[in-house]
Design a protein. Structure first.
Length: 94
């Protein structure tokens, strides 16, 4: 489970680093548990500093594990609602 939490924290850092000079709000939603070998959703909600949803954003998520060279996992986030984006990932963890 610690690996999973680290992956999520890394994901948040990547999202925050890619936001540029404008202030954006990034809310991350993931399942509380996951089953190895099965895909699960990673959903984010993006809004500007006034709380307005960001529409039509190109969302790419990159997951990697610190201190373990398992490579990276890239996920394309698809818009599913106003400012809401979801991507599915299958973590290769035993």
């Amino acid at each position: 489970m610690n690996r999973f939490l680290f992956v999520i924290c890394s994901l948040m850092l990547v999202l925050l680093a890619s936001c540029g000079s404008e202030k954006y709000n990034v809310n991350l939603y993931t399942p509380k548990t996951f089953t190895p070998g099965k895909s699960f959703p990673i959903q984010i909600k993006l809004s500007d500093s006034k709380g307005n949803p960001l529409l039509g954003a190109k969302v790419n998520l990159v997951l990697e594990m610190k201190n373990m060279d398992h490579g990276t996992i890239s996920i394309k986030g698809d818009e599913v609602g106003e400012g809401e984006y979801v991507g599915y990932v299958d973590l290769p963890i035993d």
